[in-house]
Design a protein around this ligand. Structure first.
Ligand code: R5P
Length: 292
């Protein structure tokens, strides 16, 4: 087995290779003077299982394009199997045509990957309107969840806590984690007016007064969801608010905005490399890759 990264996930790829005692071979990815992609494998691939590690952030378009080029090239060079480990799989949120004429990006992304990838391993993909990854991928897929490593983090680091899921979709993280660590939980009702304007309502009342509130979501992008949930918790007397995201996209100065609006601490897993990474997902990926 040969492990490589496509640019975004070098740290995690090297870590996986080290722990699995397998070869890490960096890809050369650059650009021709006109901007076209240049990509080169630096080790023979004939008969090998090739693991491409790539989270789709930053630069989701380029990240996807790099994977398509790398996977196709690996096959062309004789790789026996190409496995994509995408700790963060992008493009999953546009899972329907919300307005006439829109691209259903998740389907297009999957179509591109279906052609050259033999297996996909990912962590907490944004499954909302799809029932499973099978709805869009034709290759075998493994969908891991960071719930156990997030629960371990909260157990070790936060006392006297209440878990909040900021929207209906987040129940799958918030409720499972709360059950694991045996603390109260509530899931809010989110209304999204635009990609940068959200409002939250607490439907099932849970007291947060004097508590260290942990808000758990799969993605923190602009931070607006976390800010709205955090404001509500603080207004109801929460002692502190910790925002935990599986995938910290943290775009548009999200970290500073969240801090400004009352989020005391931001914690993410290392699915996407970021200074807020405090939770290591490599044990989950190692288990999955050991089965290969
Ligand atoms: C959406 O359904 C996701 O689960 C997240 O709640 C969302 O992507 C967060 O976005 P933002 O940080 O921009 O509010």
């Amino acid at each position: 087995m040969i492990i490589t990264s496509c640019g975004n996930s070098e740290k995690i790829a090297k870590n996986l290779a080290k722990k699995l005692k397998t070869k890490y071979s960096p890809l050369t990815i650059g650009a021709f003077p006109d901007g076209e992609i240049y990509l080169r494998f630096n080790t023979p691939l004939k008969g090998q299982k090739v693991v491409l590690v790539q989270s789709f952030q930053p630069h989701p378009d380029m990240s996807l394009f790099d994977v398509v080029f790398a996977a196709d090239t690996a096959k062309d060079l004789g790789a026996k199997k190409v496995i994509l480990v995408a700790p963060y799989l992008g493009y999953m949120r546009q899972d329907k045509r919300f307005n006439p004429g829109e691209a259903i990006s998740s389907r297009i992304m999957a179509k591109l990957l279906n052609k050259s990838i033999d297996k996909l391993i990912t962590i907490d993909p944004h499954i909302h309107r799809y029932k499973s990854l099978k709805d869009i991928f034709t290759m075998p897929t493994v969908m891991l969840t960071a719930n156990s490593v997030i629960a371990d983090y909260i157990k070790k680091k936060v006392k006297n806590t209440v878990i909040i899921g900021p929207d209906w979709e987040s129940y799958q993280w918030a409720e499972t984690i709360a059950k694991d660590i045996k603390v109260p939980v509530t899931v809010l009702r989110k209304t999204r007016f635009s990609s940068r304007h959200v409002e939250e309502k607490m439907i099932n009342e849970v007291s947060v007064r004097g508590k260290n509130v942990v808000i758990v979501d799969d993605i923190i992008s602009t931070g607006k969801t976390m800010i709205a949930a955090s404001k509500m918790a603080k207004e109801r007397g929460a002692k502190s608010v910790i925002a935990i995201g599986v995938h910290g996209l943290l775009v548009e100065d999200a970290v500073n905005k969240m801090k400004k609006w009352g989020v005391d601490k931001i914690v993410t897993t290392d699915c996407i490399e970021h200074p807020t990474n405090k939770i290591d997902v490599s044990p989950l990926l190692i288990n999955a890759l050991r089965k290969e």
